[in-house]
Design a protein around this ligand. Structure first.
Ligand code: NAD
Length: 244
């Protein structure tokens, strides 16, 4: 793995799960890292922490500006903040569709809009969006969530095309089921959490959930100079869930 010495990175949703693991990995590899999160109170040094809600444009602009000032520039944007939703198209009303789309899709747009002027100043500018296998797998009971991640996938391709000639690469990772606090909350809500976990694991060809560190490794690769010729792609980190 390359090192990130001298590179400055911003990770949204970096206080928990995949974002937390990514922020810590990039920092361990030498990057200066800022986290933007709804609740960054658990984020410790050397990570810089900024509170923002990706659904609130003013708070995003303010936090991105503060993060760039704190970091001394910006080379790497990890658009990771996201929320889940369960059910078929009959289960979620219009308000819920707008709420989840606003976080998972427009949230990435807001942060990207605020970050792009700074990324243009970088000689190593990359964006990595956290997508999901839900974008392409046709998962049951995930209509709304899957639609938002399908949009993230298309957004990644469109942004890659728009910004490649400015020297900005844009890629996404497509995790499978990852052992994060989010999945922990879903399991806790089940009638029998242990049985539910066993059922989730049994669905994985590897027999286990993906770890947040394993997703972070893929994000770090796409964010690093090692992937310098790669833009407009998705990298599955799904324990073989798709395709095996
Ligand atoms: P998580 O709940 O552990 O962490 C998400 C973080 O995002 C939290 O710190 C939360 O405070 C922050 N966040 C949520 N809404 C926000 C908002 N409006 N503004 C700012 N920050 C906000 O979740 P996770 O499992 O680490 O998921 C992270 C990303 O990975 C999401 O985009 C999710 O869709 C994606 N993903 C997760 C899985 C999985 O199985 N866990 C699988 C595929 C994709």
């Amino acid at each position: 793995m390359s090192d990130f010495d001298g590179l400055k990175a911003l990770v949204t949703g970096g206080a928990s799960g995949i974002g937390r693991a990514t922020a810590e990995l990039l920092a361990a590899r030498g990057a200066r890292v800022a986290v933007l999160d709804l609740d960054p109170s658990s984020v410790d040094k050397p990570l810089l922490a900024f509170r923002a809600d990706v659904t609130d444009d003013a708070s995003v602009r303010e936090a991105v500006a503060a993060a760039v000032a704190g970091l001394g520039g910006l080379d790497v944007l990890i658009n990771n903040a996201g929320i889940g939703a369960q059910g078929t198209v009959e289960d979620n009303d219009d308000a819920e569709w707008h709420r989840v789309y606003d976080v998972n899709v427009v949230g990435m747009v807001r942060v990207s809009r605020a970050a792009l002027p700074h990324l243009r100043e970088s000689s190593h500018a990359t964006i990595v969006n956290t997508c999901s296998i839900a974008a392409t797998a046709g998962l049951p009971q995930r209509a709304l969530y899957s639609a938002t991640k399908g949009a993230v996938y298309s957004l990644t391709l469109a942004m890659a095309a728009d910004h490649v000639r400015e020297g900005i690469r844009v890629n996404c990772v497509n995790p499978g089921t990852v052992d994060t606090p989010w999945v922990g909350r879903l399991l806790d809500a089940a009638a029998d959490p242990a049985a539910e976990r066993a059922a989730l694991e049994a669905r994985q060809p590897t027999g286990r959930l993906v770890s947040a560190d394993e997703v972070a490794g893929a994000v770090a690769y796409l964010a690093s100079p090692l992937s310098g010729a790669t833009t407009g792609t998705s990298l599955a980190v799904d324990g073989g869930m798709q395709g095996l």
